[in-house]
Design a protein around this ligand. Structure first.
Ligand code: MEV
Length: 437
């Protein structure tokens, strides 16, 4: 496949070479005139001056922000606690689906039960050209290596986390010698801390093994930081459309089998789970790329990419479960620093009986992912998903046609009733609506 490079057209706008060095405001002025940006495009990308300043300290060459809708999936019982889950996502049906499934499972089945394996993150220090006996040498030096990290890990140790051990192995295919450093990072995702600790071991490990360090970095795989959510609901509560409850339960189990035995279906099935988890991660300022990389690697852990969920019918109930690695924090990085992240965390930890913690956030994320998947496959094996999607699409179309405030729902209803989902028809319907009111 050839990718053809073509010369710039005469009228192609070009950013000045000094662009990177300009202030965000200067950059925005240049873009506004060069690209003829509309007042709406300008305003929406910088709703407040302060947000542009914040963007500027968060990333290089900032020119504004991308406001994504922030919604709340309300009233979902997780470990007996009614939980409101903040979600930042652009896809219309995601928050509604999570709320629907979460409330159905909460009312009909008592809600979700969750568990976690703890907050241990792992770093890898890869070393080349090690001499014989390097594994034993590292094992023998473990106390000294631990001592090297005392200062760096002290704040975590003081909170009950910190050092959790070192292991070493030789990778058979590459011959690389790898040291694994395990650290409990408590309520932080922990990337900065564990990378600092791993780098501090470079010289000591070269001395001990006689090799040369290739790199030292955390693994986003987070295999020791897994969360699990499950639910059980009497099958009769699942009746939907023309399907009775037991039939729905059987169809949900078959849908899950489909995603366990077909890679292409597994991708979409797991994407539905991540609709919820990524939305919560975005709302709380967590690293969505790290979470998604870990989750998909976990889905392929036996060599085949599979569904992350399990469903079965047992004693008249549909039982669903989901287990996956989730490295999320309630402190550190953008979490708590970005004002929308602290807003979202206040929503999540609204119930004063719940102590804010990364463990709770991760377990809520697992429950949300399971709710999201249950909503998706329940719709897919009954009326399909397009019905719900089109109802929400009508609201977007109403906005695009120019409707605002109360007009949006009124016009969406008219679009839906007319069954005409195009802009021209929506504009005509809006003109009629305005004439009549
Ligand atoms: C759409 O965002 C997600 C679904 O495709 C998930 C699924 O197919 O399971 C509905």
């Amino acid at each position: 496949m050839a990718d053809t490079a073509h010369p710039l057209q005469e009228d192609t706008p070009v950013l000045p070479s000094s662009f990177r060095k300009l202030s965000p405001r200067e950059k925005r002025r240049i873009l506004e005139s060069l690209l003829e940006l509309s007042p709406q495009e300008m305003q929406a990308s910088a709703p407040a001056e302060e947000m542009v300043d914040l963007a500027d300290v968060m990333v290089e060459s900032a020119v504004g922000v991308m406001p994504v809708p922030l919604g709340i999936a309300t009233g979902i019982r997780i470990d007996g606690i009614r939980t409101n889950i903040p979600m930042a996502v652009e896809e219309p049906s995601v928050v509604a689906a999570a709320t629907f499934a979460g409330q159905l499972i909460s009312r009909g089945g008592g809600g979700f039960e969750t568990a976690g394996t703890g907050q241990v993150m792992t770093a890898q220090i890869a070393i080349d050209d090690t001499g014989p006996g390097a594994v034993e040498a590292v094992q023998k030096a473990e106390r000294d290596l631990h001592r090297e990290l005392t200062g760096i890990l002290q704040p975590m140790t003081a909170r009950g986390g910190g050092y959790r051990g070192i292991e070493a192995t030789v990778l058979p295919d590459s011959g690389l010698f790898v040291v694994y450093l395990h650290v409990d990072t408590c309520d932080a995702m922990g990337a900065n801390l564990i990378n600092t600790a791993a780098e501090a071991l470079r010289s000591p490990l070269e001395r001990i093994t006689g090799g040369t360090v290739l790199m030292a970095i955390l693994t986003n795989g987070a295999p020791r930081r897994r969360s699990r959510a499950s639910f059980s609901i009497p099958v009769e509560k699942l009746a939907r459309g023309t399907y009775d409850g037991p039939t729905m339960a059987k169809r949900i189990v078959r849908a899950n089998e489909f995603a366990h035995t077909d890679r292409l279906r597994a991708v979409t099935h797991n994407k539905g789970i991540m609709n919820g988890i990524t939305a919560l991660a975005t709302a709380t300022g967590n690293d969505t790329r790290a979470i998604e990389a870990a989750v998909h690697a976990w889905a392929a852990r036996d060599g085949e990419y599979r569904a992350l969920t399990d469903y079965r019918v047992q004693d008249g109930c549909l039982e669903g479960s989901l287990e996956l690695p989730l490295a999320m924090g309630t402190v550190g990085g953008a979490v708590g620093f970005h004002p929308v992240s602290s807003f979202a965390l206040k929503v999540l930890f609204m119930d004063s009986s719940v102590e804010p913690s990364a463990s709770r956030l991760q377990r809520v994320a697992a429950a949300l992912g399971l709710a999201q998947n249950f909503a998706a496959i329940s719709a897919l094996v009954s009326e399909g998903i397009q019905h719900g999607h089109m109802r929400r699409h009508a609201r977007r179309l109403a906005w695009k046609a120019g409707a605002r405030h109360q007009e949006i729902q009124d016009l969406a209803d008219r679009i839906w009733n007319a069954g005409k989902f195009n802009l021209e028809a929506a504009q005509t319907l809006l003109a009629t609506l305005r004439r009549e009111s």
